[in-house]
Design a protein around this ligand. Structure first.
Ligand code: DHK
Length: 152
């Protein structure tokens, strides 16, 4: 009898503008971890959870939109730190909606302790959960929560 091996669920981890500068960018706000450190943490966490990650960063709104569209039907879910686009982008909100995937919104900093313009998120209405203020560890927590959702 041929048994099919269940495919490992794949999670898209998306990072928006300026997150390529982590480590040197305002470390008192965003921490000392570089984006490569965050990626390594995500890969290690995903391995322990039995999921795979596709980890990406772009400074371009349209590229993020395209990647979200491409995730539809292929990925099991999305963890997104859209950076400043969180507070401005209807296009990213629309792409996340059409993806029909579970979305976890992450921010390194506690945006509610910061400027009022950072208190508004266009992503939260379509997110299953929102994490902020845990620094890089927030990505690990997001993956843990999402893995539980996609395996349920
Ligand atoms: C990252 C950014 O780049 C900011 O524009 C957001 C978010 C907050 C973060 O905390 O990870 O306002």
């Amino acid at each position: 009898m041929v048994r099919s091996v269940p495919a490992t669920p794949k999670i898209l981890v998306l990072n928006g503008p300026n997150l390529n500068m982590l480590g040197v960018r305002e470390p008192t706000i965003y921490g000392k971890d570089t984006l490569a450190d965050v990626e390594a943490l995500c890969r290690k966490t995903a391995k322990g959870l039995g999921v795979a990650v596709d980890f990406r960063q772009s400074n371009h709104e349209g590229e993020l939109v395209t990647w979200i569209q491409e995730a539809r039907g292929k990925m099991a879910g999305i963890v997104i730190n859209a950076g400043a686009y969180t507070h401005t982008s209807v296009a990213i909100l629309d792409a996340l909606s059409l993806s029909e995937l579970p979305v976890i919104e992450v921010h390194l900093s506690n945006v509610y302790k910061r400027e009022p313009f950072r208190h508004k998120s266009y992503i939260s209405p379509v997110a299953r959960a929102v994490l902020c203020g845990f620094g890089a560890h927030g990505y690990a927590l997001a993956l843990e929560g999402l893995a539980k959702m996609v395996k349920a």
